[in-house]
Design a protein around this ligand. Structure first.
Ligand SMILES: Nc1ncnc2c1ncn2[C@@H]1O[C@H](COP(=O)(O)OP(=O)(O)OP(=O)(O)O)[C@@H](O)[C@H]1O
Ligand SMILES: [Mg+2]
Length: 358
């Protein structure tokens, strides 16, 4: 899958811009505040129907405008062309797929976008929510019924929590069964996904880092020496006291271990970024390898932070990945040595105007 054409209207400082990207690597340069991240944000919005940096999409709509539009044409592995479009006004959004009204999950399947930006190291350094989202995005692309099961689990969890808040202990057991049913499916999918991801992660890690032993440890969100149901029963007094469910996949996590210790406690800042990069690239590689699809990879402002060897390794790795990449930085030299790179295009952004550099 790759974007052949992209049109952006009234998105931050981009008033109107059209580009025809390369199916390989796209290098985006421009001064601070020129609109580089806004270009990547536009692609992210087209694939995910939300921004990666604004909770409220209103902030993304150009000042003094009432709506933003991003549309594009993507070519699938099969050769089929998809027309994608999304329009946001202050109140809601309209999604179009091949001239028909569509929804967020169809959009996400048609244009799987994955973002790496300077704060992505929080994947290792931040709270577990980021890691669950990381896992779930991967599972979503492999298991079609994952989203349904996850939504059902969340609904049952809400109902159970409201009973707990109202101290209605007698009705809890009825909800435990459903919670365990959907929670187990969600948890198994996550665990299976992580198992698939592991070899790709290890392979990529060995390109960038030389730790003796790296491990991904899955924590399902309950005491692993017992079943989910047993944990729920055991936790009941505590759950009633605090008014929420302590155990379950809503508390699950993944620990990245380096030489037996949690990575974030022992590795350097740069190494943390390389571990994050390896995790994300592993997701891309896994989809490329096992699914008849490929990811559109967005890398915002990262290369300037890598040393010269790692820049070269990254470019080398990306050009062998056979997926579409958009990378941004202020100066072309930040990308490293481009002499061995082919199938790439360069774009320069200035005051919200995007121009291809030939
Ligand atoms: N809603 C908006 N309407 C118009 N302009 C906006 C809006 N929101 C932000 N901007 C402006 O858009 C410009 C582009 O921001 P963007 O983050 O894309 O820049 P950038 O090229 O990524 O810069 P940097 O190199 O500093 O990361 C900024 O000057 C910002 O002030
Ligand atoms: Mg930026």
């Amino acid at each position: 899958m790759s974007l052949q054409k992209l049109d952006i209207y009234f998105l931050r400082n981009i008033k109107k811009s059209s580009i025809s990207p390369s199916p390989g690597i796209n290098l985006i340069t421009g001064k601070n505040g020129s609109g580089k991240s806004s270009l990547l944000e536009a692609i992210f919005i087209l694939g995910r129907a939300r921004s990666f940096r604004a909770k409220n999409i209103k902030q993304v709509i150009q000042f003094k405008q009432t709506e933003l539009i991003v549309s594009g044409q993507s070519i699938q592995q099969s050769g089929q062309v998809f027309h994608l479009g999304i329009q946001f006004n202050g109140k809601g959004c309209e999604i179009r797929l091949n001239k028909e009204n569509s929804n967020r999950s169809e959009l996400a399947y048609s244009l799987p976008v994955l973002l790496i930006h300077p704060k992505s190291y929080l994947l290792l350094d931040g709270g577990p929510q980021v890691r669950r989202e990381f896992l779930d995005w991967g599972v979503f692309n492999f298991q079609e019924d994952f989203l349904i099961c996850w939504r059902k689990f969340k609904k049952v969890l809400q109902q159970r929590n409201s009973l707990l808040k109202n101290k209605q202990a007698d009705q809890i057991n009825v909800w435990n069964n459903e919670l365990v049913e959907y929670g187990t499916i969600v948890s198994n999918y996550r665990e299976q996904y992580l198992k698939k991801l592991e070899p790709f992660f290890f392979e990529i890690c060995s390109c960038f880092l030389n730790f003796e032993q790296i491990e991904l440890k899955y924590n399902p969100g309950w005491d692993q020496s017992e079943s989910f149901m047993m944990s729920l029963r055991k936790d009941l007094p505590k759950d009633l006291r605090y008014g929420f469910t302590h155990s379950g996949p809503h508390r699950s996590d993944v620990g990245v271990m380096v030489d037996g210790r949690l990575a974030k406690h022992v590795v350097s800042r740069g190494q943390l970024k390389l571990l994050m990069l390896s995790l994300k690239l592993a997701q891309v590689k896994l989809i490329n390898t096992e699914k008849n699809n490929s990811v559109c990879l967005l890398i915002d402002d990262l290369t300037a932070e890598l040393d010269i060897d790692n820049k070269a390794k990254l470019l080398d790795y990306l050009s062998g990945l056979h997926c579409q990449v958009f990378m941004s930085t202020t100066e072309l030299s930040n990308f490293g040595d481009l002499t061995n790179l082919d199938n790439y295009k360069k774009f320069h952004v200035e005051h919200g105007k995007i121009k291809e550099v030939i």
